[in-house]
Design a protein around this ligand. Structure first.
Ligand code: UT7
Length: 337
């Protein structure tokens, strides 16, 4: 399988600030049971999700992203015009083009940044972290803003109980800079993997150039999420476990060194399986999916910000972020906070 491993020549980069934004509207499992044939009991036991946030018609992905970004910039003490690079990881962009990152640039007034989107589904935020790390570490730029942002409610079939109960909207952001002090605080190692042989098991099949939406196929809802959940589940556990092993090895850390694992928030059973295989106690795994469901590229970014702001992670902690998503894609990062 293709993979990009850690480059030992890369220097550490620090996370100078984090931010997140969740839309106000809450959709509970009971609310969903009024729309499709499901129940709070089924959703809770199969996934761990209790509710999710839904963006308003007036909020596009770039609006969620901008709000998360402003908080990250504020915490970092960085002005928008100091940004050299903005990467928005998303599978629900405002438009096919221009990039959602360009809308965020306009909203922030970050006129000195280069901007692009990154499509790696739920692994997108960690892919963005890895890409920004290359730019910063090689002195191509000093300050990067990476964002995971999704308005998945706009691409879910609200008549399909297999998928509509799983997803939510939200955004998380981080400001990255070159580490300036001794002690290697920052991102120690990153890892990314992909397997294009599994493109069919989690896909929005229509709406792109392969299958444009036409009056003839409009009723098939091909521009909404289609997932073979069991298959995805099977790959997720193995790929995330291997990704964790890899970043720990590259960072010269052992399981017992980990203060917190922040996994992709898709399914509590997947998180539990990874926790068991990593052999870390429950209190060392950050879980917030009961509140937000699966927000794809935003999930780890939101969780990282919550962990940061609530004191679940503290300076000196060794943390591991790990994600898995459509593509298939997977990724991990080891960080000395
Ligand atoms: O973020 C990207 C990565 N995504 C993931 O990691 C998702 C991975 N997959 C999963 O999390 C799980 O596979 C799901 C939560 C999606 C599904 O759980 P499952 O235990 O794999 O259930 P299933 O798909 O095998 O469905 C079991 C039964 C089926 O009924 P039958 O055929 O056994 O009669 C489904 O029709 O549950 C039924 N079902 C539902 N019932 C009530 C499916 N969705 C629902 C629902 N409410 N919402």
């Amino acid at each position: 399988m293709p993979k990009i491993t850690n480059n030992p020549n890369l220097k550490s980069i620090r996370i100078a600030g984090t931010g997140s934004y969740l839309p106000e509207k809450i959709l509970t499992n009971d609310d969903l049971a009024k729309i499709v044939d499901t129940s709070d009991e089924w959703i809770t036991t199969r996934t761990g999700i209790k509710e999710r946030r839904i963006a308003s018609d007036a909020e596009a992905t770039s609006h969620l992203a901008t709000k998360a970004a402003r908080k990250a910039l504020e915490q970092a003490g960085v002005e928008a015009d100091e940004l050299d690079l903005i990467i928005v990881a998303t599978i629900s962009p405002d438009t096919f083009f221009p990039a959602t990152a360009c809308y965020v640039q306009r909203n922030l007034g970050a006129q000195n940044a280069i901007c692009f989107d990154l499509s790696a589904a739920c692994s997108g935020f960690l892919y963005a972290m890895s890409v920004a790390r290359q730019f910063i570490s090689t002195h191509s730029c000093d300050t990067a803003l990476i964002i995971g942002a999704e308005k998945l409610s706009s691409m879910v079939n609200w008549e399909d109980r297999n998928t509509c109960v799983l997803f939510g909207d939200g955004a998380g952001a981080a400001v990255l800079q070159r580490a300036t002090e001794e002690g290697d605080h920052g991102v120690l190692s990153t890892y990314m993997g992909s397997d294009g042989n599994q493109t069919d098991i989690l896909v929005v099949p229509g709406g792109g150039s392969a299958c444009p939406i036409t009056p003839a196929n409009a009723e098939q809802r091909l521009n909404t999420v289609s997932m073979q959940g069991r298959e995805v589940y099977r790959y997720a556990v193995t790929a995330m476990r291997n990704a964790c092993d890899r970043v720990l090895l590259d960072a010269e850390l052992k399981s017992e060194d980990i203060s917190m694992v922040i996994p992709h928030q898709a399914n509590l059973r997947i998180i539990e399986a990874i926790r068991e295989r990593l052999n870390v106690p429950q209190e060392k795994v950050f879980v917030n999916l009961a509140k937000y469901g699966n927000t794809s590229a935003a999930a780890i970014a939101i969780a990282l910000d919550e962990a940061n702001r609530t004191g679940a992670i503290n300076r000196g902690d060794k943390i591991v972020l790990v994600a898995f998503g459509a593509g298939l894609t997977w990724a991990a990062a080891a960080i000395h906070w």
